[in-house]
Ligand binder design. Sequence first.
Ligand SMILES: Cc1cc2nc3c(=O)[nH]c(=O)nc-3n(C[C@H](O)[C@H](O)[C@H](O)COP(=O)(O)OP(=O)(O)OC[C@H]3O[C@@H](n4cnc5c(N)ncnc54)[C@H](O)[C@@H]3O)c2cc1C
Length: 268
Amino acid sequence: MDALAMTEPGAGSDIRGMKCAAIRDGGDWIVNGTKHFISGAEHADFVIVFIATGEDQTPKGLKKRITAFLVDRDTPGFTIRDGYKSVSHRGYKNMILDFDDCRLPDAQVLGEVDGGFEVMNTWLYATRITVAAMSVGRARRAFDYALGYSAEREQFGQKIGKFQGISFQLADMITEIDAADLLTLAAADRLDKGLPSNREIASAKLYASEMLARITDAAIQIHGGMGLMDDYPLERFWRDARVERIWDGTSEIQRHIISRDLLRAMGA
Ligand SMILES: Cc1cc2nc3c(=O)[nH]c(=O)nc-3n(C[C@H](O)[C@H](O)[C@H](O)COP(=O)(O)OP(=O)(O)OC[C@H]3O[C@@H](n4cnc5c(N)ncnc54)[C@H](O)[C@@H]3O)c2cc1C
């Protein structure tokens, strides 16, 4: 099993701001720094870690060069420790990785030296589509609960689904879910065909993860107080939904990618 480590306490959205750095020592690299929020690292046999391997002066200032390394969990100078307790996905941990004069040979470079961004993008394209697809799947499950409850629960002498306040919500929910599904399939199709798909993937991740937040919230509302009780899985769907707008690039970063792509095409 693997884990992937980009994020640091001081470098989340701004990945190039990372402090974890490797310096050359003969044919090896000596690494120092810390990564945090690393999902699944407690079980990982190895971790793909993004590390700064130099910097260039550019018109926009100093820009870090980044390289991906494969790091085995028992490498001297590399430790994995417990991180924080998250409200989302309580079934697994996020971990903190420390590098203390950790020696890595060149053979553990993944891809090219200084080619870490290509590796990162390949990974992020796939994980953003995965976030979008999982959001659609979870939203459908939450919707099924909401639909079932609306068809069963009676108040004021009738099924609550007969109230337009509920039935119109159901109509909007399924429309949003289907829209997110199609957006996700279209983005995945472009990626499969090798077409430029950065913007489309960002739109799918943005829309599907925000849709999931609305659907899980509405599903709880339709269940009234029971929606918050752990007799139903809805409170878990709602908690788990929260992280989808944050990891693999926040909603704001997806909006940045989408608008940058559009404006660049206009020469702006
Ligand atoms: C449960 C969990 C598991 C995770 N697992 C992993 C993992 O396995 N591997 C890994 O590498 N990372 C992982 N992450 C990290 C995740 O990808 C980051 O949390 C995410 O990229 C945001 O970084 P940050 O939390 O440092 O927020 P920051 O980057 O500090 O952002 C704070 C706020 O500022 C906004 N912001 C930042 N820059 C801009 C901008 N240019 N324009 C507009 N708004 C902006 C953000 O959108 C956000 O609202 C995980 C996070 C969580 C919560």
